[in-house]
Ligand binder design. Structure first.
Ligand code: SAH
Ligand code: SF4
Length: 399
């Protein structure tokens, strides 16, 4: 987290949506304000109808001015929107007060027979990511900083405001945007509490999904808390040699430990684990990979989602062919593992996240890209033979 004393002045103002209730109560008391103002302020923040505290006319003008001077009403106020997929997908590129860029993606799923319409928001938990998965646009960017709690929930408030303008409501939130949420749990957990709280955002726990690349201590911490939300684990490969390349964090917490922690989570919470597999042509989509995955997950209360890789610059890879993905799915299903193929719109998960920000960050110099591609080809070739690379882990993450 950034040192607050060095942060730009705007950054030093806390976001109202992330302010603990006691802090607000104390701030109001110092100003001789009645305690009920806290409720009025919370209604203004979470009501979803106004874009600034100046519009909260229930509050006295002097208090509104003091609030503006001390706090930020919206930490993602500077947002650029791109609408794609025939208006079914809206990407928000949020410029934060210190110029860090993060993305959220709002996906609309029209009603279908037997299913109501859904509006799912994919949000970011960090600016950049230290895990560095080579197929991920965010991984390319490296790590900038953890998001504050307000910066996390304000992405959700932003989307809810957009939807409410047409009388629609947000139905699901997934932490599948930029960053590794389990490496920022101290802010992600209070953010989820706020999203869940009926007096604040009021979204049911079942409608919130947190995705992790396999931070075992974080999974255990969630297990100790009991059922909170759906946990998704980005698996990508069941063999350590290959997973070392695809998810560098695997060198710290190998796949067996990750799945064991996920299994304990499922047993303790009664909630099914969702495994995500980004399907990369010729890399992790072979019969040997399907067999290894069956071996790893057989008998578990789990669901596997196969997602064709979204193209990302600077990798030598592309998505697996649909026929190959179907064969992989059929092998898992035949072994009794529930498996779904996600459409290659890619926006079903945060696959599209990180790409706009990566675009803005500019292209790395060409020779570096060539070296990076060559290294990936060599590493994945070794992994296909089942060899673990002895290159040092590039992962710079703490427990
Ligand atoms: N860091 C967490 C959550 C954010 S990434 C995690 O890794 O789980 C969310 C999901 O997007 C992950 O399952 C990740 O594997 C997937 N993803 C990233 N880049 C992708 C790409 N190019 N194509 C398809 N899925 C991708
Ligand atoms: Fe980080 Fe997830 Fe991207 Fe890997 S896939 S680099 S963990 S955001």
């Amino acid at each position: 987290m950034m040192d607050i004393a060095l942060a730009p002045p705007e950054m030093q103002k806390p976001g109202l949506s992330g302010l603990p209730a006691e802090t607000m109560a104390a701030w109001l008391a110092e100003r001789g304000q009645p305690a009920y103002r806290a409720r009025q302020i919370a209604d203004a923040v979470w009501g979803g109808t106004i874009a600034s505290i100046e519009e909260a006319l229930a509050l006295p003008a002097k208090l509104r001015r003091e609030l503006v001077e001390t706090f930020r009403f919206d930490t993602v106020a500077d947002t650029e929107v791109r609408v794609t997929d025939g208006s079914l997908t809206e990407k928000g590129l949020h410029r934060l007060a210190d110029d860090a860029l993060v993305e959220s993606v709002l996906m609309h799923y029209p009603a279908r027979a037997g299913a109501r319409e859904r509006h799912t928001l994919c949000i970011s938990s960090q600016a950049g990511c230290a895990v560095g998965c080579p197929f991920c646009a965010t991984g390319e960017l490296g790590f900038t900083r953890d998001l504050q709690m307000a910066e996390i929930v304000d992405q959700v408030r932003w989307a809810a405001r957009r939807l409410s303008a047409d009388g629609r409501r947000l139905t699901n939130v997934v932490f599948m945007g930029m960053g590794e949420p389990l490496l920022n749990l101290d802010r992600v957990l209070p953010a989820i509490e706020a999203l869940n709280d009926p007096h604040r955002f009021g979204l049911g726990a079942r409608h919130i999904t947190v995705s992790t690349s396999g931070v075992v201590p974080g999974i255990r911490r969630l297990t100790a808390l009991g059922p909170q939300f759906t946990l998704a684990v980005s698996l990508h490969a069941a063999r350590d040699a290959l997973r070392d390349v695809l998810v560098p964090l695997n060198r710290r917490w190998p796949v067996g430990e990750v799945v064991a922690a996920a299994r304990e989570h499922a047993a303790a919470t009664g909630r099914r684990i969702s495994y995500e597999v980004t399907m990369i042509g010729g890399i992790n989509d072979t019969d040997a990979d399907a067999d290894a995955m069956i071996e790893l997950l057989r008998g578990d209360h789990a669901h596997v989602n196969l997602i064709p890789m979204n193209p990302v610059a600077h990798t030598p890879w592309t998505a697996s062919a649909m026929l190959v993905i179907e064969r992989f799915a059929a092998m898992l299903q035949a072994a009794g593992i529930q498996t779904t193929i996600r459409g290659n719109r890619g926006q079903d998960v945060g696959a599209a996240c990180g790409q706009l920000a990566a675009e803005r960050a500019g292209e790395p110099p060409a020779p570096a890209v060539v070296r990076r591609r060559a290294r990936l080809v060599a590493q994945s070739a070794a992994a296909l033979l089942g060899e673990r690379s002895d290159e040092p882990s590039p992962v710079g993450v703490g427990e």
